[in-house]
Design a protein around this ligand. Sequence first.
Ligand code: RTP
Length: 150
Amino acid sequence: MSAERTYIMVKPDGVERGLVGEIIKRFESRGFKLAALKFVQADKELLSKHYADLATKPFFPGLLDYMTSGPVVGMVWEGKEVVKTGRKMLGATNPLDSAPGTIRGDYCIDVGKNLCHGSDSVESADKEISLWFPEGVVGWERKLDAQIYE
Ligand code: RTP
């Protein structure tokens, strides 16, 4: 069983719209294992680190306003190829390009209100998990894994 981890975050619009449970449910139902979860009012300093690669983009100030407009729910999910699969489950960055059946494809319309974030590589996931969970992530053994992985 792979211990790959990804950082998934419900953005302020997702929290306000009551979609936290729905997003968690999709990852749980798929068989991924929840490894950490946190409700945070993030500040611009933290988000500037999270989105450092977007600092020169014209939409960056608006992105910081959006992401600080309310609390977010940060999570670490664990499982086989969870980084790539998590991104597929979220859907395309622009919700209008997201397939039905994905989170964005089912629940949103605009790129600036796209509900959720998912790490785009294992390397990004490691950085994001360290940034959002500096206290570390507690490992736990899930006996159910025997019913999910061959
Ligand atoms: P995320 O980090 O949120 O999972 O999104 P992503 O990797 O799919 O996309 P990225 O290019 O890293 O963009 C990060 C977030 O910035 C907002 N965005 N707005 N107005 C725009 O053209 C625009 N482009 C991106 C979105 O909230 C996007 O998720």
